[in-house]
Design a protein around this ligand. Sequence first.
Ligand code: SF4
Length: 405
Amino acid sequence: MMDPLEKLACLAENMRVEPAEESLLPRPEEKLLPGRPPQAAACPAGISLENLPIYRAVAPGGRRVPLLKTLLTSACERDCYYCACRAGRDFRRVAFQPEELARTFMALHRSRRVDGLFLSSGLAGGGIRAQDRLIAAAEILREKMGFAGYLHLKLMPGAERAQVERAMQLADRVSINLEAPNTARLGSLAPHKTFLEELVRPLEWVEAIRQNEPEGAGWKGRWPSSTTQFVVGAAGETDLELLGVTQVLYRRLHLARVYYSGFSPVEGTPLENLPAVDPWRQSRLYQASFLLRDYGFDLEDLPFDPGGSLPLDADPKLAWARQNLAGSPVEINRAERRELLKLPGIGPKGAEAILNARARGRITGVEALRAIGVSVRRAAPFVLIDGRRPAAQGDFFADIGLRGG
Ligand code: SF4
């Protein structure tokens, strides 16, 4: 019989492509992800902390958490074309009983190896059964073993509304992966998943429960946040399609985060010969997604080309500014918050700091901007300070490193 730590090590390979929390900090070797297909027999020969699926994550609220990311089982009856766990693929499957998983996690937690758990599962016996087992593990952790730390629980395709609500009473965060931006694209990735019924509806239930049910019923008196993930670059989807859905998810269903997982071919799957996506595409999607979520941008502001792609060679905020502000710079002393947020080099904190500084007096030079955390180098081409281009002010050149000495 397999040791529980051996099981975790076996499952680690299946979890590499599942982004979990805010600002997940990858292990250095994860930077090699694109193009490194998981092997058919992925279980490592020996067990060490190094090959357990423990990640350094930043939980909602900014707390740093060593997070165990695992599956209850890698057995799955579905046949998603991109997935290492798809039915019929030849590799060693591993399954935990809910109690066994909870005990294993708590042993790692008590030895201070992990503080949080991200728990997902293959679909064995249908979505309802798989969800029941995830909930059972969470109930054991919370109610029997007294675990009060961070828990991210996956929602299964096909789960029922009551199960979604129960998961929300136990978890700090819940999520379900949409994988694709619409029904047609999903058909080329996961032929037996239904986009609206199985994937979008649980996210709608999460939002309906947050809006309509008393918050006191949630874990620690709060309903959990929700997230989703798309596979990028395997279904011919455009950036415009992905970000169009992203905008709806942020505005209507109030997701905390949308993840973009660049496609990487997996040996022994129908897509094994499809090239990995350019990592820059994933990176530009994240940048654009933050513009939609935090910077007041609308989908139509984003600099798509006629084919619906973002430029890979410039960040989307800079590309927007070059198109829209190069000939009409923004006066730092008069701009509203929403105008400041659209300037390269100025984020929500920077915009707030500029407004606070203006309440005390006029901003008269780049030093004042730099002192409150603005990236003057990025903002300078698009702003006026007291009616003048920063380039006309001496220290701009120092800021961009053009002055010697
Ligand atoms: S349902 Fe999930 S685990 Fe199963 S093949 Fe699809 S993506 Fe993989």
